[in-house]
Design a protein around this ligand. Structure first.
Ligand SMILES: O=C(O)CCC(=O)C(=O)O
Ligand SMILES: [Fe+2]
Length: 350
């Protein structure tokens, strides 16, 4: 590993021992399983996803899609215009959603979760361009984004090899029993929230991931992505979440990931599940989530609101990242109160 990065503890030896899996999750907040998934299944998914990215113009001309060589002139991230044009095409793939229900991950979650397992319908892929490191996912706890139940677990899995330089996930081991929700701050990276304790700690762990590997962690476990510092490779990964079907879930997690963005950046609202499901050949995973028994609760906006407040403050002081955040807000919500306030700050009127 590097001077500041330790290797992940491998927990394959505990796969058949629910008590031990729970004990390790309880002590360190994560489980790393090598080859949890069939590498061939992961690579087949990679082929499908990268074909869609190729059709969307994200890959360098004349390259094998499996190599994931980006056309860096197309680089964009979750808040940029153009990202959802291609991302939502990937999102429509049946195979991408099926991966969140592979029996290996459901079996593991069954051992961790008290009660019947509910896989969130909001599956997420991260399609991360190289050399765009201002947008790297900052350190955070998933709870501030997802809320609902603390006992929610994320399974992060690379779709293909993911050596350190491609920017895979790193975790900061700590016990969810002793961890609280930590204050998060404004960040330009995916999710927009960062916790400041993240920086310069020697205990961060990561690895050179292989296809089939999975990193499972608790909703309070701090984690972050490493920067994708390759010359031209896209990092492709999945993050899917699981909780007890009886536990509360925040309502946004029952919708497809990321609102559609118009060509001018305006927020066009969520994509519908009917659009997602339109090309599927199997309807068994369509609308399965409607039968869930637990309560659906509104999303608590306090974390997002506090970070936005901070962005306003920083933008007034001229901070370039905060100004970019407000530029995006102005484009996405040209007529909302906060969109108008963003415009006023950017124009120097407030
Ligand atoms: O892959 C990334 O960059 C972010 C993933 C993440 O934060 C998660 O899986 O919860
Ligand atoms: Fe996360």
């Amino acid at each position: 590993m590097t001077a500041t990065l330790q290797p992940l503890r491998v927990s394959n030896d505990a796969l058949d021992d629910a008590d031990e899996l729970r004990a390790r999750m309880g002590a360190e907040g994560y489980l790393f399983i090598e080859r949890l998934f069939d590498p061939d299944a992961v690579l087949a998914l990679r082929r499908e996803m990268l074909h869609v990215m190729q059709a969307g113009g994200w890959l360098a001309a004349g390259t094998d899609p499996m190599d994931g060589v980006a056309d860096v002139s197309r680089r964009c991230s979750e808040n940029d215009i153009g990202y959802t044009d291609v991302y939502h095409e990937v999102y429509k793939l049946q195979a991408f959603h099926e991966a969140g229900h592979w029996p290996e991950v459901l079996g593991l979650m069954q051992q961790l979760i008290d009660g019947p397992v509910f896989p969130h319908p909001i599956k997420i892929a991260r399609l991360w361009f190289p050399q765009y490191t201002d947008h790297t996912t900052p350190a955070h706890q998933d709870y501030v984004h997802n809320q609902g139940a603390y006992e929610t677990f994320t399974c992060w899995a690379p779709v293909g090899e993911c050596p350190l330089e491609l920017g895979g996930l790193a975790v900061l081991p700590c016990s969810p029993k002793t961890t609280d929700v930590i204050d998060h701050h404004f960040s330009l990276g995916a999710g927009g929230l960062s916790l400041e304790e993240s920086l310069d700690r020697p205990e961060w762990r990561s690895t050179n991931y292989e296809p089939g590997d999975a990193l499972v962690f608790h909703s309070l476990t701090p984690h972050k992505a490493l920067p994708n510092v390759t010359e031209n490779r896209l990092r492709v990964s999945l993050d899917n979440r699981y909780q007890s079907t009886h536990a509360p879930i925040a309502e946004g997690l029952l919708r497809p990931h990321l609102n559609k963005m118009g060509s001018d950046g305006e927020d066009l609202g969520p994509m519908s599940w009917d659009e997602v499901y339109a090309g599927w050949t199997d309807d068994r995973l369509q609308y399965y989530w409607r039968d869930r028994e637990g309560p659906t609760v509104p999303k608590d906006q306090r974390y997002a609101d506090a970070a936005l407040e901070e962005a306003f403050e920083l933008a007034r002081q001229g901070d370039p990242a905060a100004r970019l955040r407000l530029e995006r807000l102005r484009r996405r919500e040209p007529n909302s109160a906060r969109g108008l306030e963003a415009a006023a700050v950017l124009d120097g009127a407030s």
